[in-house]
Write a protein that binds this ligand. Structure first.
Ligand code: 9RB
Ligand code: ZN
Length: 373
């Protein structure tokens, strides 16, 4: 098994500035400035763990290029692309659109490199240079809309890679599986009327964006049924996530039969994340990855690409990410997750009845997914 791996030092230099979480500080009013939630450390520390434990030697390094205007314009409108470029030239940078998504001077180039990293990983898989790939990119992408960024995202990395794959790399049907704990509203909006792209999002019910990602959001027009949301109750852990894979995601992939699977791979459903209230550990991330790999082997020649999204525990994201990349590469490094023994046994890890009820409701929607012709 050969696994492509994208990382670039500039990803660590995307500058979300000084704020208190995502609230800009006002020190005299009592809000002491701190760093933005979306800081570099969780991602840098994942990369450094991959390098330190020797796993990097088993991976094929894929070098990202900045996404071109043509790439970005497959998803975004020209006004958004031009506004990001213009604000990126300002001494203090700008904001991707919603006021919570700041970037520093030169941020345009880094955001293009993030989209370009997901594209490069996808290209490497579709051209057969690697079996599968992990793009450890930053800033994330799944909230970005055609006309604006939001939720720390500047450009829609996964959606852009999907459009490039369809337009230039011969992929017909594409499935996006988004297990970031927040709703993948950008990906959903971009493909809402598109029957060729199945967008599945598993997220914490009604968190971010507010009032988004409900079960009844299922796509429109020709795209009806090709959007599938699984809004899990807060407190969902490994049992709930594995049940979602088993009862919703895998049957959905089986029915849709994509040529390529893209995973919007956030780690903010992990039990130590400060920006959500879920309980996933590296155990479930490893198993979910293996299940998707098996599905990809059965359905689409193993073609699967993971693109990093959110995840804000600087301590725990690296071990969750390591588990995913190990599973992709079919290896186990010498480093063990030092927390997992404790975290796997926390009360509430098994599937709970109120979680199962939501999963059943999502599974009832499977018949509406446009089946492969
Ligand atoms: C604020 C609001 C948020 C909350 C969560 C995220 C997570 C993003 C991520 C981003 C922005 C709202 C501060 C709404 O990890 N995605 O994968 N901001 N939330 N209103 N206000 C005032
Ligand atoms: Zn997230």
């Amino acid at each position: 098994m050969s696994t492509g791996y994208v990382w670039h030092e500039l990803y660590g230099w995307h500058d979300t500035g000084s704020s208190a979480g995502f609230v800009y500080g006002n020190a005299p009013a009592g809000l002491q400035p701190f760093r933005h939630y979306e800081s570099a450390d969780s991602k840098k520390r994942l990369h450094e763990l991959v390098a330190m434990c020797g796993l990097e030697d088993d991976l094929v390094r894929v070098v990202p290029e900045p996404a071109s205007d043509d790439d970005l314009l497959l998803v975004h409108d020209r006004a958004h692309v031009e506004r990001i470029a213009a604000e990126s030239r300002l001494p203090k940078g700008g904001d991707a659109g919603d006021g919570f998504s700041p970037f520093g001077q030169g941020g345009d180039e880094i955001a293009r490199l993030a989209a370009g990293g997901t594209i490069a990983a996808t290209r490497a898989v579709l051209e057969g240079r690697v079996d599968n790939a992990y793009a450890l990119v930053r800033p994330p992408g799944h909230h970005a809309l055609p006309h604006m960024g939001m939720g720390f995202c500047v450009f829609a990395n996964v959606a852009i890679a999907a459009r490039v794959a369809r337009a230039r790399l011969g992929a017909g049907r594409i499935a996006v599986v988004d297990w970031d704990v927040h709703h993948g509203n950008g990906t959903q909006a971009i493909f809402y009327d598109d029957p060729t792209t199945l967008a599945i999002s598993i997220h914490q019910d009604n968190w971010f964006p507010p009032d988004s990602g409900h079960l009844h959001e299922r796509g429109t027009g020709d795209g009806e049924g090709a959007t599938l949301n699984v809004p899990l109750p807060p407190g969902s852990g490994n049992g709930a996530y594995l049940a979602v894979m088993d009862q919703v995601v895998l049957p959905a992939l089986e029915r849709f039969r994509p040529d390529l699977i893209l995973v919007a791979c956030g780690f903010d459903a992990n039990v130590l994340d400060p920006l959500a209230r879920m309980m996933v550990t590296s155990t479930a991330y490893r198993t979910m990855t293996s299940l998707l790999l098996d599905a990809a082997s059965a359905i689409c020649g193993g073609r699967i690409v993971f693109s990093h999204e959110g995840g804000y525990s600087e301590i725990y994201v690296p071990f969750c990410g390591l588990a995913v990349i190990e599973a992709l590469a079919g290896t186990k490094s010498t480093v063990e997750d030092p927390f997992v023994g404790l975290l796997d046994e926390i009360g509430g890890q098994p599937l709970q009845p109120h979680q199962a009820a939501v999963i059943t409701q999502a599974a009832d929607l499977l018949a509406g997914i446009p089946a492969a012709g």
